[in-house]
Design a protein around this ligand. Structure first.
Ligand code: SIN
Length: 360
């Protein structure tokens, strides 16, 4: 017991943990204001801003100390950091049209079975979660003896063994008096934290489970990843995306410091795309004791981590969902037609990260 307390106490003291705590969202209760919960102000003066670096580079060709341009042949500037070999930052690498496309895919297609999501453990595979949220459906636990879920055209069967969960159109499904458990699809969508594409990652074993059924990563995403990975690839080799993890962040969500170390060949990059609200990314060193660098990630930015950078702890302690700081105006303008309003409503207060990996 004392041992574990000591470990927890120690981990609070690492440089990485301190930076996470510095940037994390804390809300203060303000009795005098109508908005009771106010985000606590945070000092962002040390956060590297590659958008400003790009603007100033385009204006006068100058770069801050410690930052240099990758000599690769790419259609826009790719920035590197002296202190983090193998790390590449490509501001605005993905056009606004493409961002909208991948936001739609991340919500409507990527969580579809056989891809797995964080909801699988409780509900089994869920079909058409985004559609169900849009149609204000409710996921209801059925009596498990009802195995013929397909007979009702307004419902979709969701789990084969164990309890069966079905979407129902009935808004009052939870109050039918049969004590069924139920959950609004819109709440499940908000609680979506990850989905996995291609080879499925097993979070409990922290490894890829090649025995799990899976679809190939969509070709358009593979082609995009190949193009984006090029600055970080060994000469003459092409990136082969075999797995992707899609992370979904809402207000107050964070991704703790970690290493992506379950792939065989660290000379190949992790290709990481940001969509939606602005975030802070922490790039540490090989030990949690190393002081991390903080940088902004905006919608359309791409980060590559290869070679030595694969051994660096990294995480996302904060996303900004307020109008002033989220910086999603270009997406708001692009998502203008009626069909897109539900995507816009989601992404206004959320961030999506798609990170692609070559596993073998
Ligand atoms: C990750 O490190 O796995 C994701 C980073 C991000 O969300 O940008």
């Amino acid at each position: 017991m004392y041992g574990s307390e000591a470990v927890a106490h120690d981990s609070e003291r690492t440089a990485f943990r301190k930076a996470e705590k510095k940037y994390k969202l804390y809300c203060d209760h303000n009795k005098s204001s109508k908005k009771k919960k106010q985000p606590r102000p945070v000092d962002l003066s040390e956060v590297i801003d590659f958008k400003s670096i790009l603007d100033s580079f385009n204006r006068n060709g100058e770069l801050p100390p410690e930052t240099f341009l990758s000599p690769c042949d790419f259609d826009r500037p790719v920035f590197c950091l002296e202190s983090r070999p193998g790390f590449y930052f490509i501001p605005g690498a993905i056009s606004v049209e493409e961002q909208c496309h991948w936001i739609r895919e991340s919500l409507a297609s990527f969580p579809q079975p056989p891809n797995r999501t964080n909801h699988n453990a409780i509900y089994g595979p869920i079909d058409d979660l985004f559609l169900a949220a849009r149609e204000r459906r409710v996921l209801v636990e059925e009596n498990s003896s009802h195995t013929d879920g397909g007979s009702d055209s307004n419902s979709f069967a969701c789990k084969v063994d164990g309890p069966i969960w079905k979407f129902s159109e009935e808004p009052g499904a939870s109050s039918r008096g049969n004590m069924s458990k139920s959950m609004l699809a819109s709440v499940l969508l908000r609680k979506l934290r990850w989905s996995t594409l291609g080879l499925q990652f097993d979070w409990s074993k922290r490894n890829y489970d090649v025995s799990l059924p899976h679809n190939k990563i969509p070709n358009a995403l593979c082609q995009l990843a190949k193009k984006l990975a090029a600055p970080a690839m060994p000469l003459g080799e092409e990136f082969r995306p075999e797995a992707a993890i899609v992370n979904y962040f809402g207000l107050g969500d964070a991704l703790g410091g970690h290493l992506d170390d379950m792939e065989a060949d660290w000379s190949k990059p992790i290709v990481s795309m940001s969509l939606g609200c602005k975030a802070i990314f922490l790039l540490g060193g090989k030990s949690r004791e190393d002081l991390p660098l903080a940088m902004f990630l905006r919608s359309g930015d791409v980060v590559l981590m290869a070679g030595e950078a694969r051994e660096c702890f990294h995480g996302v302690p904060r996303i900004f969902t307020d109008d002033e700081n989220a910086e999603i105006t270009p997406l708001e303008l692009q998502f203008s037609d009626q069909d897109d309003l539900c995507f816009l409503e989601y992404i206004r207060t959320s961030r999506i990260n798609i990170n692609m990996r070559q596993v073998f």
